[in-house]
Design a protein around this ligand. Structure first.
Ligand code: PLP
Length: 388
């Protein structure tokens, strides 16, 4: 992997070495079933609770407000389905933003198709934020759930989640936030933000894939999503992924310890990247706000140049970046996020996302800028001659 320049941390992150160590120890030694009553499985139970404490500390939650899941997608599916069921006597209307991750959007669409939900998908301003007025206007008598992500995976735009939560609660509506891109990258404090439900995923902050959690506010009794045994206090069935959970715990601990330092480095690096791209490449536009963004996300468009073209060139130079979300990769569709931000179809094909980590270097960024500039210039020259 060393020979690659990796700038796709929003798609997934490498395992922190401490996480890897803790996980392999857990996989080797903590193989007993945590639900067994004998003493031999006591260490497994202790490891789960230890990880839960670390995760709870990271987001300033209580330990019994954390339920481990198989990742962000499950947490999102659960939040939407359970939120709907919770409010079933009041109605079946959900409000969400059109820039959400597919884990929210496809779940909402599925529930609509099966007649169980009616969903309002709010477009955003040109920087990717939904306004509080839009939210207020969209609320109906039968609205039971509002789900708006904390930070967008494509642009890094941070939403006014605290204010949205307040509006939801003033109207007796549950509020969920997909915080998968935010947790472990910026301070996330549930006591301040006041969500009822909040999703996170280990592999987006140097933990393992297939392991994440849903924060469920104390006192909120939600139906389970996965049915079966009594694990996680009857809230999430299935024998626990101990190594994965231990890994998420260590990743949370590491993030809590070095969050400010990571943010500072990421901000410096992404500012260096943005100014370099703007200096070297004409008609370069930053997608998303200058401020109120995740420190490591840089989403830019180069006018007239489809993202695919640049990505292929970057790939030939062993540089990993992406257009839109990883889930949409392959033959990229125009970005639904950029479309919801009011961009044209052409512009929605142009967005490139470089997502940095504090471990990237300025030397790597110099190479990325040079390679991108070359690709853009070559494409623009090529398309001009092709027209004549
Ligand atoms: C990655 C991601 C998810 C899905 O998380 P998984 O753990 O990969 O299932 C959900 N929402 C957002 C915003 C994401 O970036």
């Amino acid at each position: 992997m060393d020979k690659y320049i990796y700038m796709d941390h929003a798609a997934t992150t490498p395992l922190d070495p401490e996480v890897l160590r803790g996980m392999s120890e857990a996989a080797e030694n903590l193989w007993q079933n945590p639900s067994s009553i004998y003493q031999a499985s006591e260490a497994c139970r202790a490891a789960l609770e230890n990880a839960r404490e670390k995760v709870a500390t990271l987001i300033n939650a209580g330990t019994n407000e954390i339920v481990f899941t198989s990742g962000g997608t499950e947490a999102d599916n659960w939040a939407i389905a359970a939120g709907l069921e919770y409010g079933k006597n009041k109605g079946k209307h959900i409000i969400t933003s059109a820039t959400e991750h597919p884990a929210i959007l496809r779940t909402c669409e599925y529930l609509e198709r099966s007649g169980r939900a009616e969903v309002s998908y709010l477009d955003t301003d040109e920087e990717g934020r939904v306004s509080l007025e839009q939210i207020e206007k969209a609320i109906r008598k039968d609205t039971v759930l509002i789900s708006v992500m904390l930070a967008n995976n494509e642009t890094g735009t941070i939403q006014p989640v605290k204010e949205i939560a307040r509006i939801a609660h003033d109207n007796g509506i549950l509020f969920h936030s997909d915080a998968v891109q935010a947790v472990g990258h910026i301070p996330v404090d549930v006591a301040k933000l006041q969500p009822d439900l909040l999703s996170a995923s280990g592999h987006k902050f140097y933990g393992p894939k297939g392991s994440g959690f849903l924060y469920i506010r104390k006192g909120l009794k939600l139906p389970p999503f996965i049915h079966g045994g009594g694990q996680e206090k009857n809230r999430r069935a299935g024998t626990e992924n101990i190594a994965g959970i231990v890994g998420v715990g260590i990743a949370a601990e590491q993030a809590a310890e070095s969050l400010q330092l990571r943010m500072k480095k990421e901000r410096e690096l992404s500012e260096y990247l943005i100014s370099g791209l703007k200096k070297e490449i004409p008609f370069c536009r930053l997608n998303g706000p200058e401020k109120d963004r995740l420190p490591g996300h840089v989403n830019v468009s180069f006018k007239t140049v489809p993202a695919e073209y640049i990505l292929v060139t970057l790939d030939m130079h062993r540089i990993c970046a992406s257009a839109g979300s990883a889930c949409a990769a392959g033959l990229p569709d125009p970005s639904h996020v950029l479309r919801a931000m009011g961009r044209t179809m052409e512009e929605a094909y142009e967005g490139i996302r470089y997502s940095l980590s504090w471990m990237n270097t300025k030397e790597e960024i110099d190479q990325v800028i040079a390679c991108t500039a070359k690709a853009v210039a070559r494409y623009r020259v090529g398309s001009r001659t092709a027209r004549w």
